[in-house]
Design a protein around this ligand. Sequence first.
Ligand code: FAD
Ligand code: NAI
Length: 466
Amino acid sequence: MASYDLVVIGTGPGGYVCAVRAAQLGMKVAVVEKNPTLGGTCLNVGCMPSKALLHASEMFEEAAHSFAKMGVSVSAPKLDLPSMMNFKQQGIDGNVRGVDFLMKKNKIDVLKGAGKILGAGKVEVSADGKAQTVETKNIVIATGSDIARLKGIEIDEKRIVSSTGALSLEKVPERLLIIGAGVIGLELGSVWKRLGAEVMVVEFLDRILPGMDGEIAKQFQRILEKQGFAFKLGTKVTAVDTSGKTLLAKVEPAAGGPSETIEADVVLVSIGRVPYTDGLGLKEAGVALDNRGRVQIDPHFATTVKGVYAIGDVVAGPMLAHKAEDEGVAVAEIIAGQAGHVNYDVIPAVVYTTPEVSSVGKTEEELKQAGIAYTVGKFPFTANGRSKVNQTTEGFVKILADAKTDRVLGAHIIGREAGEMIHEAAVLMEFGGSAEDLARTCHAHPTRSEAIKEAALAVGKRAIHM
Ligand code: FAD
Ligand code: NAI
């Protein structure tokens, strides 16, 4: 029987990063993966394919609508969807091969098949009707998450799709109805909108992007509406009639009331994700779940069974690839006897639309609720020189600082490249920096990042260009 220091079940960003870090620390490591390719949701049907389509569709949109004003004259771009899908697939393949390479480089055994925990120190791996058991000192569960489903609305991945089907539609739907104005709905809605679909988003709450700063979300909604998105907030879809050529969705106010029918060619169900623990044998092994079906862990990622740990989407916290990765590193270090740690107060979040939305730390709503006195500094891209010359002035930067200490507690950006810009705020916050520190840091000119410096100056009411 093969024997290891660590067996990681699942090779998404949590699992494969954990395996690499453990191998770096001298452990003999194996990963178990039931999918034909490594990389998990993120690389195969999540972050990476969605970003490839967002990039390609943005180029399509730019060629159609932005080139002419810069004096670049091209004929109207034509969509070749199979080629765009091929571009997406090349991106997936390249990244997945990268994970294969990392496994080889770090001498990590890849055990293909479904992993099941037989108890502390024993993992069964089954594939093609055959099973093998491996022994291991430690186990990390990194099995990720699955799509959340709506009762009575059957996902067939053709006409009623999850994100997975929405990443591989064979033609542009004339009318796309999206259930849920969260990250997936707005990112994939943007892709198909740019490629020509009419997009309507039905959201249960009275706002889009719950969890993001309210003021940013409001402006984002206005911008998306200008792009042609239609929103029905405070509304739920109760049924979809699939009997005819056109889908008929029954929608009604979230609080109940008269219903109406919306016609669509494709319905995307994007109402969140749920932890994935099927077939792992957790109950029999004694690994407890919390009240939301997530693997229950202590602050050191330990489950209720000694030597069994869990990380990533399958445990509590934001379902983000970089959160899973950081937990993977931390748990490997803890198993190696080091002080692995994740700072959950500084986990950036990005919505990769145009414009992008990014955020780190507390929102204004959270600060109000916690009763923390804060000051706000805001700076619009309309006053940022680089944005002006590029004529990409939508959005603003917002910095929230502690009213007494000036320590930065949150940063929120809506605008082009917001996802790249947020990290200087994240680094500052990791070091407990103040708005003054940010404001006194020299920023290259002309850059969009100068808007961050100006927003930090605005905390002290002394922005220069406004
Ligand atoms: P996963 O990536 O889900 O990997 C789990 C792996 O475990 C899978 O490969 C699965 O096959 C395997 N597995 C499960 N059970 C078993 C078993 N019993 N035996 C063997 N293997 C098993 N996050 C971001 O941060 N940025 C983004 O831009 C982003 N975009 C996204 C877009 C979409 C459309 C979706 C759906 C998600 C996106 N996410 C994004 C979220 C991100 O994909 C997840 O947070 C991340 O993949 C979680 O990593 P993980 O390692 O916990 O699990
Ligand atoms: P989400 O949690 O972001 O949004 C789901 C939305 O659906 C919420 O606004 C919610 O109020 C709404 N909703 C729930 N039930 C509903 C109902 N019955 N009717 C109408 N609306 C309803 O979840 P989403 O978009 O599915 O994404 C899943 C996860 O994947 C997220 O946790 C996210 O973190 C991750 N992800 C991250 C990305 C990124 O970092 N850029 C991109 C895509 C996904």
